[in-house]
Design a protein around this ligand. Sequence first.
Ligand SMILES: Nc1ncnc2c1ncn2[C@@H]1O[C@H](COP(=O)(O)OP(=O)(O)O)[C@@H](O)[C@H]1O
Ligand SMILES: Nc1ccn([C@@H]2O[C@H](COP(=O)(O)OP(=O)(O)O)[C@@H](O)[C@H]2O)c(=O)n1
Length: 228
Amino acid sequence: MKKITIAIDGFSSCGKSTMAKDLAKEVGYIYIDSGAMYRAVTLYSIENGIFNGNAIDTEKLKQDIKNIRISFKLNSETGRPDTHLNGVNVESKIRSMEVSSKVSPISALDFVREAMVAQQQVMGKEKGIVMDGRDIGTTVFPDAELKIFVTASPEIRAQRRYDELKAKGQEASFDEILENVKQRDYIDQHRAVSPLRKAEDALLLDNTNLTIEQQKKWLFEQFNKVTG
Ligand SMILES: Nc1ncnc2c1ncn2[C@@H]1O[C@H](COP(=O)(O)OP(=O)(O)O)[C@@H](O)[C@H]1O
Ligand SMILES: Nc1ccn([C@@H]2O[C@H](COP(=O)(O)OP(=O)(O)O)[C@@H](O)[C@H]2O)c(=O)n1
């Protein structure tokens, strides 16, 4: 069967990667979490003195960006890809609240986006890929055959993230997560380069009242309609 490109965009913490990973596994496609790439650049910036408080040394990051290598390796225990930054597994570190609180300003930088988008387009050259993020259907793969835009209420999204962090044994405050979710949505929607928006030809999915199983089924149906 001819392989297609699937772009899943939407607001923070609404279940994009859960859907994307499940579909990729089901149909044997590659799954790429583009948010993990921006998170890895943010972790690099935190660990390499690019942040001074909230101020970003953009000149240093501009020089360093060529040396930031991001790759994904399958974790045989979880069956899901782990993010590696310059050869080191940073999957757990990039999900911290510190990274979440700094990632949106980093991903608003034009030269950061240029570098990430170029890598993402190489990853998707052969099609057979499901990528989730903010600008996949608008900028990275504007010709994707299937585009989905996911949303859910901010409170539900914060609750899902809170439950996830708690389950992993990480410290979490619901109010802090809700604030972070709202802040990132705002920055992501209002940045100058590739702001978060629904592509005209994307299907809208509000999964506020859907279970993981229901949204998985819905996405699989959309896939079958396109490939079908
Ligand atoms: N429909 C759903 N109902 C309840 N929890 C969900 C649903 N979809 C995803 N989740 C959970 O919400 C959390 C955030 O989902 P995730 O896929 O990481 O979101 P995103 O990629 O949009 O940030 C995860 O813990 C996931 O298991
Ligand atoms: N294609 C993308 C993906 C993520 N991002 C940025 O990276 C941040 C983290 O993305 P993510 O997908 O891990 O976010 P969560 O919704 O999973 O928390 C987002 O808030 C955006 O600022 C982006 O700008 N473009």
